[in-house]
Design a protein around this ligand. Structure first.
Ligand SMILES: [Zn+2]
Length: 160
């Protein structure tokens, strides 16, 4: 009898780009989960206007994406924000986080605080623009049209 070969170990830092099913039967982007960066400054929230070609294009959400294998949620959120905008994430202090755990897949919202709501230019092709909105306007008819995933988490995340 020969032992079955061990599966090849996944190198740390491998891309998590791909679809994953969670225990609830949804199909989610991110083989190892996903994370996003919610930047707040006083009463304002920084949102990303998503490119039209992207999933739920044209809506507003937070910068984020698939975590690499072995990558912490905070690192992934900061990395994704830096890939999608000119935001300097270094000075941003984490104030809270919210883990939406579906079983086998999770989305972590990392909440950080910016000293000032400075203009943020886009980087890469996933965004149309970044803009600051009053937190109280999110989820209201007068507010921006939110990405459905962000809209679902906002009532919980906003109180953190
Ligand atoms: Zn799910």
């Amino acid at each position: 009898m020969t032992a079955a070969p061990l599966p090849e170990p996944i190198p740390t830092g491998s891309s998590g780009d791909g679809w994953q099913y969670c225990a609830q039967g949804h199909k989610h982007w991110g083989l190892y989960g996903a994370a996003g960066l919610l930047v707040r400054s006083g009463d304002l929230v920084l949102l990303q206007h998503r490119a039209l070609w992207s999933h739920h294009g044209g809506t507003w959400g937070i910068p984020g994406g698939a975590r690499h294998y072995g990558e912490s949620a905070e690192s992934a959120a900061r990395r994704e924000a830096a890939e999608e905008s000119e935001l300097d994430t270094g000075p941003l202090v984490e104030t809270a986080r919210f883990v939406d755990d579906h079983g086998g897949w999770s989305y972590t919202t990392v909440v950080v605080c910016a000293a000032a709501a400075l203009p943020v230019a886009i980087r890469g092709g996933e965004s149309v623009e970044f803009s600051w909105f009053p937190a109280a306007s999110l989820g209201t008819p007068e507010g921006p049209q939110l990405h459905p995933g962000f809209a679902a988490s906002w009532p919980r995340v906003s109180t953190l």
